[in-house]
Write a protein that binds this ligand. Structure first.
Ligand code: FEO
Length: 407
């Protein structure tokens, strides 16, 4: 039977057998207008190995790509690098069709797969650095705990210059027929890699730094980085490793402020415009993000390389405006606090003057270093109020720039 979907060659004996999800619009709260891919890989040798699977609904498409190369019954081993359902969703169906001699995962992966799939077959745990000969090639397992989940693991293939199957790490949510990052626009690649880092890996930056250090110290050859989302990397691997180093350590932050706000009757918006003016006059570039047209995951992306986070809310029912509260909850979970981002709170109120103080407390709780007291305006800002807003922005920028010079 002719396969409907074809495998794509990664190198002599490694094939991409994943799927392209053109329709994905949201990945657990992260807007993905570019779609994504779920990458699975087939390694041919004396023992044929399938590395990761795909989301459950795409099982048939993955099997079709496998069938374009070998009979799926010839798969001897399945390696599950990560138990999250975008990579393990089709594992059970695959197992039931293929009946491999072994399924491997990290020790935490074994536990997680039991909870997710109730598989009814044994999953064998592999240890850090454990090797598995599959014929001419050797696989080496490297635990990448918390990049992205406790069970996350990398698998290294040692032929053809080396391939690192890195699961979520170094991925991006981009659907494309191109399989290599260097075939796409470099600016788009950097943006989407940063967006993925900000929204998926930022909370575990400490683990990212330690895995990169381990990778660099391992001496394992790597000609190809093969993540489970988006295109693969075969050129300038140090570039993407360097981006990860910078994002994880905060060293890529720029002289840039992010102003996030929403508004009821335009007063907080007027304040935002005036504060942006002051920030810009004092030397920061400013990204103004009205919640009327900004998604929480784009705010996270902008914050990844920002040096100031200035947030405005009007008072609504004595509370923070819901769209602003949504972003605060989301960004708080991303823990952008190491090193802390300087910031401040502002907004207008009618009869609930405590709201901007509440906003400042929320910012402090997420690790923002407050460099000014909240700036408030009762009802509608007049000319003097707007002058005060410009001054407020200028003072924030001066403090941020002085702090950056000192560090
Ligand atoms: Fe792509 Fe953590 O799953």
């Amino acid at each position: 039977m002719k396969a409907e979907f074809q495998a794509k060659k990664v190198n002599e004996n490694v094939y991409w057998v994943g799927v392209i999800d053109w329709e994905l619009a949201d990945f657990h709260g992260y807007a993905t207008p570019q779609g994504s891919t779920y990458n699975a890989f087939l390694v041919l040798d004396e023992k044929n190995v399938l590395i990761d699977t795909v989301k459950a609904p795409y099982y048939d498409e993955m099997m079709s790509r496998i069938r374009s190369v070998i009979d799926p019954g010839e798969i001897d081993i399945i390696v599950s690098n990560h138990s999250e359902m975008d990579h393990s969703g089709a594992l059970l169906s695959t197992y039931n069709e293929v009946h491999p001699e072994a399924v491997y995962a990290s020790p935490k992966g074994v536990e997680a797969l039991k909870r997710h799939l109730k598989p009814g077959f044994e999953v064998l745990p592999v240890a850090e650095g454990q090797q598995l000969s599959i014929g001419k090639a050797t696989l080496t397992f490297m635990l990448s705990t918390m990049v992205h989940w406790p069970d996350s693991m990398f698998t290294h293939y040692d032929l053809d210059g080396g391939v690192l199957f890195s699961n979520d790490a170094f991925g991006m949510h981009v659907a494309s027929t191109e399989r290599w990052a260097d075939e796409l626009d470099p600016a788009r690649i950097r943006f989407e890699t940063a967006k993925y880092y900000a929204n998926i890996l930022w909370p575990t930056s400490k683990a990212v730094l330690s895995v990169i250090k381990k990778l660099r110290g391992s001496g394992l050859p790597i000609a190809t980085l093969a993540p489970d989302h988006g295109p693969l990397w075969r050129k300038d691997l140090e570039t993407v490793l360097g981006w990860y180093d910078g994002w994880a350590s905060g060293s890529t932050r720029e002289n840039k402020a992010v102003i996030l706000f929403d508004t009821m009757w335009g007063s907080t918006a007027k304040m935002a415009r005036a504060i942006a003016e002051g920030l810009g006059d004092a030397g920061l570039s400013v990204k103004v993000m009205p919640m009327s047209k900004s998604h929480r995951s784009d705010v996270a992306t902008e914050l990844l390389e920002a040096s100031a986070f200035v947030v405005g809310t009007p008072a609504l029912n004595a509370g923070i405006f819901p769209t602003v509260a949504d972003v605060l909850t989301y960004v708080k979970g991303l823990r952008p606090s190491k090193p802390p981002i300087p910031g401040a709170a502002f907004g207008s109120f009618g009869w609930s003057p405590a709201v901007q103080k509440k906003l400042a407390e929320e910012l402090a709780a997420m690790g923002v270093e407050l460099v000014e007291d909240p700036l408030q305006v009762n009802y509608v800002p007049g000319s003097d109020d707007l002058v005060a807003c410009v001054d407020y922005g200028r003072r924030i920028a001066e403090k941020v720039l002085a702090e950056r010079l000192d560090s």
